[in-house]
Design a protein around this ligand. Sequence first.
Ligand SMILES: N[C@@H](CCC(=O)N[C@@H](CS)C(=O)NCC(=O)O)C(=O)O
Length: 215
Amino acid sequence: MIQLFSFWRSLATYRVRIALNLKGLTPNQEVDVNLMKGAQREAAYRAVNPMMALPALVDGEGAALFESLAIIEYLDETHPDPPLLPKDTRGRARVRGLAQIVACDSHPLIVPRVREYLEHELKIDEPARVAWCRHWHIQALIALEAHLGTGETGRFCHGDQVTIADICLASQAAGAKFFGVDTAPFPKFARIAETCAGIDAFARAHPLKQPGAPA
Ligand SMILES: N[C@@H](CCC(=O)N[C@@H](CS)C(=O)NCC(=O)O)C(=O)O
């Protein structure tokens, strides 16, 4: 029994949805937590994930798992085929590093709780908030593009197999669209994003394909 707490627009949930699809897993239940209505802060969800952030995943008995990268590595360990990390230690470090640029350095700066704090507590107006989000997106794109310029990059971020780095890259690409960031100046990033978009497991997981997403 797999239960996924999700919201169509959530980029972190998009990452987990891609991993589930790649592993051939379908949640038995998806629980919609409407981030636009602040449902992540209601007591019911706070009891599931005290960080009040999506996603969370319940697998069988026990408490919910939280943090997209931790959930994806859990899925990779419990369902090893296809593997989402390279076999070699250095390769795993590189893939995790690329993934963390997205999930730990860039994405946390643009999530609703940060944007809402900028708006309500610091009284920063909308154009400045948008500039903030775009700035942190672009910083990640600059770093990723440089890393993708090495010989370790192949059809995907690391060689020719999909890894967690590609899952995170896809979420960065979706976020760039949401925030109006042009990825054309980052051709290696854009090429891999396009390759991923052509894979069914990525395409089906896309935020705009989820229930509740705008047409
Ligand atoms: N580092 C977390 C990020 C979780 C996160 O911030 N998720 C966003 C949606 S993508 C969220 O639920 N935000 C709620 C909020 O900011 O109030 C992960 O990768 O799972």
